[in-house]
Ligand binder design. Structure first.
Ligand code: IMP
Length: 175
């Protein structure tokens, strides 16, 4: 599969992704059985993950979005910008941040700081993918889908320069 100048090959199949999402949803259903958490999906990348995850939840939840940007091409810029979101009152709420992928950890660290100012009762993080070898900042990930090496991936919401988000599977850069 080609996106702009790069070739990508299949890496994580649809059923593996869906199994990982179901097991995160089951853990959230169990851990929040007597609460009504506020799920905040990090746009753009987490829109598919958020949509599939939320359909597997049987507890009551609120859903909101925040939009940030940190990637340029296939590299994290290390600087995170908030483009919109986090305007809802969160005081006393149990927040679960939904991320497509945790790479360097800068985005999650930036968002946790912003969230803490709003005095929620608790904050936890659910990420579909996680690159432990790329982590630069320690991140407490309560709900982890699939660990991958430090490679660039697209599909299932993740993009390369804005394209490739529509696929049901995850692809990686061809060697
Ligand atoms: P971090 O701030 O470095 O942890 O990166 C987090 C954000 O960078 C994610 O929410 C993604 O939007 C983007 N990102 C990180 N790795 C990849 C990748 O392999 N493909 C596409 N986007 C990525």
């Amino acid at each position: 599969m080609k996106i702009n100048d790069k070739t990508f090959v299949p890496y994580i199949r649809e059923n593996e992704l869906q199994e990982a999402i179901l097991s995160i949803a089951q853990a959230i259903n169990r851990d929040y059985a007597d609460r009504k958490p506020m799920l905040i999906a990090v746009l753009n990348g987490a829109f598919m993950f958020a949509s599939d995850l939320i359909k597997c939840l049987d507890i009551e939840v609120e859903v909101s979005f925040v939009k940030v940007k940190s990637y340029e091409g296939t590299q994290s810029s290390g600087k995170v910008k908030q483009l919109f979101g986090l305007d809802a009152p969160l005081e006393g709420k149990d927040v679960i941040l939904l991320e497509d992928i945790v790479d360097t950890g800068h985005t999650v660290q930036y968002l946790i700081k912003l969230l803490e100012e709003k005095k929620p009762a608790s904050i936890s993080i659910a990420s579909l993918l996680f690159k432990p070898d790329a982590l630069q900042i320690p991140v407490d990930l309560q709900y982890k889908g699939i660990e991958i090496p430090n490679i660039f991936v697209v599909g299932y919401g993740l993009d390369y320069d804005g394209f490739g988000r529509q696929y049901k599977e995850i692809y990686c850069l061809e060697e």
